[in-house]
Ligand binder design. Structure first.
Ligand SMILES: O=C(O)C(=O)[C@H](O)COP(=O)(O)O
Ligand SMILES: N[C@@H](CCC(=O)O)C(=O)O
Length: 416
């Protein structure tokens, strides 16, 4: 039976966590803070749990330079459940309720139904996760309100793998009609990632950063909301982190009342997905898996400790992520007869490196996976929906693991 240090895992999520964090976790599960009670047994409303929440939020604020203020320029950090997919729905319920609430103030109850016809949710669809998010929006508010401003498959014979530049996006003409503009910063299945800093300057911008969270700097101030499931760069499965602009929370925003939303034929958010409720209760409206928050807090604190003292405090991690990704892509590019990276060069993800072996030849790809496994290099099969190979280069994948994989890639190419 292999030990933890004899294998390297490149799975797409859940993903590796830093070993020291897991070692500490195994202790606090039995006895947290010398209380004699384990961390999964303590109340989420205890002083210990509150301290864990505060520490985790503080570390995240430092890492992403998240503005702290009660005014409209500040951002709230929420811990939710329901995964990234839960946020596909939550973001629609909340930002639509905020849009309708603001419109009612402007035009009054009498004209709101007429104004509502103009409401648009713009989606940039660059892979299977943003596609799912756009489909959920259409399911919740009706496809007449969903504007797929970009479907990158149209630029590549029906397949994802490119991110055409902004001149190709058909964003809604009137900014004030847009309840949200949605993008998924990194697409795990298709191996594409937006260039740093793009998109921006779009109304009520929402970024799904589930799979590249805390791997590079982000301009939070350009966003209405950013969210991410924890189970890749941040921690264990079970919590989703959302960073919400105070412009979309009371008292700066007044959401449309449930009665009005129902009358207009719009859904009302389940209370556990209602951002104002979760924010008002410091994410403790109902039982929060505080162990998951603790893990995230430990992972984040390590990033704070190894980063520079000034912004961008995520710079050290960003440099390491880039270095590992470059190593992998350069060795793949060096053997074009054996390996073919799936997405286009400009759209390549630093987190999920998707490629085919010998043009997707089944026997060659099976042999490639088998050879890797024999060396303790695990989790490199592509997503079942697209096949091929996928190396996930999340934060806790050490440089040494990538170096071993690089040697294997070179050896395999030579052996063919
Ligand atoms: O981006 C991915 O890859 C993901 O796995 C999704 O973020 C997962 O969504 P959930 O399973 O957390 O709903
Ligand atoms: N995030 C994982 C799991 C997704 C799933 O199969 O639901 C992936 O892209 O492989």
């Amino acid at each position: 039976m292999p030990t933890r240090d004899q294998v390297h895992y490149f799975g797409a999520g859940p993903a590796p966590l830093p070993t020291p964090v897991l070692e500490e976790a195994s202790k606090v599960i039995l006895n947290y803070n010398d209380s004699g009670i384990g961390i999964t047994e303590i109340s989420h409303r205890s002083a210990d749990a509150n301290a864990i929440l505060a520490q985790t939020k503080n570390a995240l604020r430092q890492l992403l330079d998240i503005p702290e203020s009660d005014g409209p320029d500040g951002y709230e950090i929420l811990f939710l459940q329901g995964g990234g997919s839960g946020e596909f729905s939550a973001i629609v319920y909340n930002l639509v309720a905020a849009w309708v609430g603001a419109k009612v103030k402007e035009v009054g109850d009498d004209r709101i139904a007429e104004e509502l016809r103009k409401m648009r949710l713009d989606y940039l669809v660059t892979g299977s996760w943003s596609l799912k998010a756009s489909q959920e929006a259409a399911r919740l508010v009706g496809s007449e309100h969903v504007n797929v401003a970009l479907d990158s498959r149209k630029f590549r014979e029906g397949k994802f793998g490119a991110i055409p530049d902004k001149s190709n996006w058909k964003i809604s003409a009137s900014r004030e009609d847009v309840a949200l503009t949605y993008y998924c910063d990194n697409e795990t299945v298709d191996g594409v990632e937006f260039p740093a800093g793009s998109p921006s300057d779009l109304p009520n911008l929402v970024g799904d950063m589930s799979s590249n969270f805390l791997s590079r700097k982000v301009d939070v101030r350009k966003h209405a909301a950013i969210f991410g499931g924890a189970q890749k760069n941040v921690g264990t499965t079970g919590i989703t982190i959302a960073i919400i602009s105070n412009r979309f929370l009371p008292p700066n925003a007044e959401y449309a009342k449930p009665d009005l939303l129902r009358k207009l034929g719009l859904g009302v958010a389940p209370v556990v997905l209602d951002y104002p409720t979760i924010a008002k209760n410091n994410s403790l409206y109902n039982t929060l898996p505080i162990f998951d928050v603790w893990i995230a807090g430990q992972v984040m604190q390590r990033l704070v400790d190894r980063g520079p003292q000034q912004q961008p405090r995520i710079a050290t991690q960003e440099a390491e992520s880039d270095k590992k990704a470059n190593l992998l892509y350069s060795v793949l590019d060096a053997s074009p007869d054996i390996y073919r990276v799936v997405p286009e060069k400009e759209a390549r993800s630093r987190m999920n490196i998707c490629f085919r072996v010998k043009g997707g030849d089944d026997a060659a790809e099976k042999a490639f996976v088998k050879g890797a496994e024999a060396k303790g290099l695990l989790g490199i099969k592509g997503h079942r929906s697209v096949g091929g190979m996928r190396i996930s280069n999340y934060n806790a994948v050490p440089v040494v693991a990538v170096e071993k994989l690089v040697s294997y890639l070179q050896d395999f190419a030579k052996s063919q």
